[in-house]
Design a protein around this ligand. Sequence first.
Ligand SMILES: Nc1nc2c(c(=O)[nH]1)N[C@H]1C(S)=C(S)[C@@H](COP(=O)(O)OP(=O)(O)OC[C@H]3O[C@@H](n4cnc5c(N)ncnc54)[C@H](O)[C@@H]3O)O[C@H]1N2
Ligand code: MOO
Ligand SMILES: [Mg+2]
Length: 433
Amino acid sequence: MNSREEVTHSKFHRKALQVKEAQSRIIEYAKVLDTEEVPLYQSPGRYLAEPVYAPHPFPAFNRSGMDGYALIAADTEVMNEGDLIWLDIVDNIPCGAVPAVDIRRGTAARIMTGAQVPQGADTVVMLEATESREVDGLLQVGIRKLHKAGRNVTPIGFELREGELVLPAGRMIKAGDIAVLAAFGIPFVKVIRRPKVGIFATGTELLEVHEPLVPGKIRNSNSPMLEALVRESGGDPVMLGAIVDDIELARSKVQMALESYDLVITTGGVSVGDYDIMGDLIRENSGDMLFNKVTMRPGSVTTAAVRGGTLLLALSGNPGACFVGFHLFARPVILQMQGAVQPFLPEWTAVLGAEYSKVNNYTRFVRSRLEIHEGRLYAYPVSIDESSVMVTIKDSDCLIVVPPEERGLSAGDSVKVLKLPGEIRGLESMAGS
Ligand SMILES: Nc1nc2c(c(=O)[nH]1)N[C@H]1C(S)=C(S)[C@@H](COP(=O)(O)OP(=O)(O)OC[C@H]3O[C@@H](n4cnc5c(N)ncnc54)[C@H](O)[C@@H]3O)O[C@H]1N2
Ligand code: MOO
Ligand SMILES: [Mg+2]
């Protein structure tokens, strides 16, 4: 067999891996990147590099939950229902002040919501439940009802005890985490650096977005889609344009990208066609190839390699396959590089909203819309879900996982879905219905 025949032969005979096996092969090379400090306001969406323990109890003092009077509950026990007892007002405590006087039996302090409850007091009676009077120039508060100790007082450390773990490492920072960090006086947050992801497309047919359409050509829609997906995953995309189907060009571009970025994603040219140069290029160094076939649809031709320690993910050019391949392989890598605790798409269970009769010898990942009816989650396959179809990507909330052995699925069947990131589009279409 001459070398030309060998190339042709290896092009067609690919060893297909199961999705999980392919995922674990690449995730092994997704090492957590180094850390950096970012201002608190820039930290949403970033992943915490180290756990945060409460540096002090929170709240740091016994906090009043009402505008009213801080007093000793036992002072209200002695009375008969309806009687008034009068306590001397010895202090007035706004928020931000330290109480000047301890509360003793027979006394009370006027206090505002959020202010520090004075020593001795164990309850706060709301303003509306009190009366007031002045006796010989001395202000007094009148209480009519029995009040329990602890009422309207949030004790020190009620939310968090000092030293308690609040935010584990690997957590994606959201608004609630920001509140915790701000409350604990952390103006700069240690997060994992964003992975730099080089993206380029191959295909002689590809035009730039701004170029006018000409016969036979199409605009490169995968690269901008991948750019958005990388950004959505917390990565820092670097657009390297599109190249014509020329293996020399592709080789130098791949080399440059692998030397410059944490991850390289390409789209196009991984099947068996005459101009499918990315597949050929990766097979040249078969030693560093991780896989070039996965038992999935779309995206069966998804190919991955590791060169000089850097991952190269060659996604299919077919837009549907490119999209699915990104979510199953690129996104977990980008998340894992940021130290995310759970890099894979979450698995949910839904009710299949409509019959799905297509069967396959490979697992299908069917782009689908999610809706909620009477509190139950339904997944509806998009109208057209072929690998080559671009337009229904925008309508997808999840991917229904259709195992290869199914004989087709009926409406009402329970299905496993992989939830795609972001808001649920199906809920928008339900609005007003
Ligand atoms: N004889 C066979 N043909 C094909 C097979 C096969 O097993 N045997 N597999 C099919 C499957 S499955 C897929 S998926 C595609 C994979 O194609 P490639 O990854 O090689 O991608 P291309 O050939 O470059 O392009 C396919 C399709 O996608 C369009 N495309 C490419 N790049 C972009 C882009 N950046 N933006 C938008 N659209 C893009 C391209 O014009 C083609 O229409 O192969 C099947 N064939
Ligand atoms: O790789 Mo193709 O997308 O399986 O349809
Ligand atoms: Mg091709």
